[in-house]
Design a protein around this ligand. Structure first.
Ligand code: BTN
Length: 348
């Protein structure tokens, strides 16, 4: 959990006017349920010219939508791309979910966490999601960079809930746990947790989480939960040094992963947990049994890189606060609040 200082000012719209119209157009096509929608109808309903409607449709085509055009009938939506836009995400969210009700999609960005932090400072609402097709300066934990080419799911979720600081560390555990459930449901692959919040397939990393928080007194003011998932990347996308420890899900299951379904499941799962944390109640004990069963770190000989140095020993337990207990060779039990469990051959 990393701390950054941002100061909220007045609220600005997360999506531009043009992005809001684009999303309304998508919504009309989804409602038409495979039927034709006329340009005239769209222009009347949106209060914009027919030329403007055409321009928006061209923009949609440029980001992967595909339409059939019939004179007099209009357009019929044929292909929906695997990207996160509000109307595409919302159809999969649980009815009560407050997360993901505002979505900023970007084709390229430095870091979705950086954008979410900037939007937080401008007053973006609780649950705002920032997604990018590609990140040029994706941030990893402990100042590392995160390799984020087109094909992965690179997303940040802004939380604005007064979660007591003593429960803040749970956010990353819960996010990775929600992501594990969602990925397993979507892919049918078995995914393990590596303490504290890495997800692995066959011993190789498929997801990392980076939470950046801003506190006010004893509570969180905002938290940005950044999640990076190697969904639809190819092994050939990775530089050789990363490939040693990274896996991609589409390669493992031989089929692409739906970003919309995965993210909607993660958000729908996280939402009530976030609300519970903000009432001052811990959530981790509720899921601890399943979490421990999925955690490959427990019972292993480990080397943990901690801010206080390297700890070597046997991973014995993770308590209800997410703290890892390692018994060192001298028999001493070390409590580790934060760190990286190193892979066999060294660094991640
Ligand atoms: C890790 O080091 O394991 C954490 C990686 C987190 C990467 C994600 S990708 C989306 C979000 N934006 C970022 O810049 N980082 C996180």
């Amino acid at each position: 959990m990393e701390q950054r200082n941002i100061h909220p000012t007045t609220r600005i719209p997360v999506r531009s006017e043009s992005e809001q119209i684009r999303d309304q157009i998508i919504q009309f096509f989804l409602q038409a349920n495979g039927g034709f929608v006329s340009t005239r109808d769209l222009s009347v309903r949106l209060g914009i010219s027919r030329t403007a409607v055409w321009k928006h449709i061209q923009l949609l085509e440029s980001i992967g939508f595909s339409f059939t055009v019939q004179p007099r009938l209009g357009h019929r939506l044929e292909i929906v791309p695997n990207i996160i836009l509000l109307p595409l995400l919302e159809r999969h969210l649980s009815a009560t979910c407050q997360l993901g009700r505002e979505v900023k999609w970007l084709s390229e960005v430095d870091s979705t966490n950086a954008v979410a932090t900037r939007l937080a400072a401008l007053g973006a609402p609780h649950g705002t999601v920032v997604v990018a097709a590609r990140q040029t300066a994706g941030r990893g934990r402990r100042g590392r960079t995160w390799f984020s080419p087109v094909g992965g799911l690179w997303v940040s979720v802004l939380l604005r809930r007064p979660i007591p600081l003593q429960h803040a560390a749970e956010l990353t555990l819960l996010s990775s746990f929600a992501m594990r459930r969602a990925l397993m449901a979507e892919t049918n692959l078995h995914i393990d947790v590596k303490w504290p919040n890495d997800l692995l397939y066959n011993g190789k990393k498929v997801c990392g989480i980076l939470a950046e928080i801003r506190s006010e007194g004893e509570s969180l003011a905002t938290a940005v939960l950044g999640m990076g998932v190697n969904t639809n990347l190819l092994a050939t996308d990775f530089p050789t040094d990363l490939l040693k420890n990274a896996a991609t899900l589409s390669t493992a299951r031989n089929q692409p992963v739906s970003h919309q379904k995965v993210l909607a499941q993660v958000l729908s799962q996280l939402d009530p947990w976030v609300e519970q944390l903000s009432t001052g109640q811990s959530v981790f004990p509720q899921i601890a049994k399943e979490w421990r069963q999925s955690c490959i770190t427990l019972g292993q000989s480990v080397r943990v890189n901690t801010p206080a140095g390297l700890v070597t020993g046997q991973a014995i337990a993770v308590d209800d606060g997410g703290i890892l207990y390692v018994r060192t060779q001298s028999g001493l039990m070390q409590k580790i609040h934060t760190g990286d469990v190193l892979f066999e051959e060294g660094q991640e």
